[in-house]
Write a protein that binds this ligand. Structure first.
Ligand SMILES: [Zn+2]
Length: 280
């Protein structure tokens, strides 16, 4: 049986290390508040050193749920560096680990093996819906890769786990932004005090669900990526359970939620996974 602790993503060439921590690694989110960040930083170190990544070398996006990004080739590095006001990081340099934190939003990992560039972006519904300037966080990320001399035809993309359609119920206004990637379920709700088995007494309530992963895949293709260069992890951060502790006695093995989920956990501050990509 396989343990579902932190994951190394195998969509890329061997010199690209793409990772996602899970709940059992602990909260990895940097908040800018010393009180939380000291402990998160220590956990990041424990996680990253297993892959011989120096936590002091990691650049983390601050995250704005927007579509702005930055090429960070010449950015100074050091402890707890958070790149302000971006959801996308791109570099053409080796040994510059990029990071975003996620807890239902999707991490999207990018690599252009021809140019040797990597990118990482944080995609929630706000970033994936088309903004007034006609861009999404996906198209902006691919534009940034182009600025780094990448050809979209060569870019390999992997969409990591996020909140899937099964759990992403939204209001009508969010649903309307994702026509074609989403659907409506009619949920029967019996009227109180009336025999629930009587067909005519059922009232039907509309619930709206969005498939963000499909929307992300669409925007990757739309930005010029080849279908065969796009892969996705279909695990749902809100409802997926996996085996986190093995025990010779099966009943003592532990099956629990694999990921932090902002929707499910409702903690303040939000507890998060850490996505990382680095080219060696
Ligand atoms: Zn789910």
């Amino acid at each position: 049986m396989e343990l579902t602790n932190h994951m190394r993503i195998n969509a890329f060439e061997d010199n690209v290390i793409a990772l996602l921590s899970t709940k059992s690694d602990g909260d990895m989110r940097l908040t800018g508040h010393e009180q939380y960040d000291g402990e998160a930083y220590a956990r990041r170190g424990t996680f990253l050193r297993q892959y011989e990544i120096d936590p002091d070398s990691v650049l983390s996006a601050e995250l704005m749920h927007g579509n702005h990004g930055r090429i960070v080739d010449n950015l100074a590095r050091g402890k707890n560096i958070r790149v302000p006001k971006v959801d996308i990081l791109v570099t053409t340099q080796k040994n510059v680990p990029l990071s975003v934190s996620v807890a239902d939003c999707f991490p999207v990992y990018l690599h252009d093996p021809v140019r040797g560039a990597i990118g990482l972006l944080h995609a929630g519904w706000k970033g994936v819906s088309v903004s007034e300037d006609g861009e999404t966080v996906i198209s902006s990320a691919i534009n940034l890769m182009k600025c780094a001399d990448c050809d979209p035809k060569n870019i390999v993309a992997h969409v990591g786990p996020g909140i899937q359609e099964c759990c992403f119920e939204v209001g009508k206004s969010v649903y309307d932004k994702f026509k074609g990637f989403s659907h409506v379920r009619n949920i029967p709700v019996p009227i109180p005090g009336v025999d629930p088995d009587s067909e005519i007494t059922h009232e039907y309530v509309k619930k709206y669900y969005v498939d963000l992963r499909s929307a992300i895949e669409f925007h990757l293709r739309h930005a010029g990526l080849q279908e065969y260069n796009i892969s996705s992890d279909r695990k749902c951060t809100r409802c997926y359970k996996g085996l986190t502790k093995l025990n010779p006695l099966p009943e003592k093995s532990v099956i629990e939620y694999q990921f932090f989920s902002a929707r499910r956990d409702k903690t303040t501050p939000i507890q998060s996974q850490m996505a990382v990509i680095v080219c060696r």
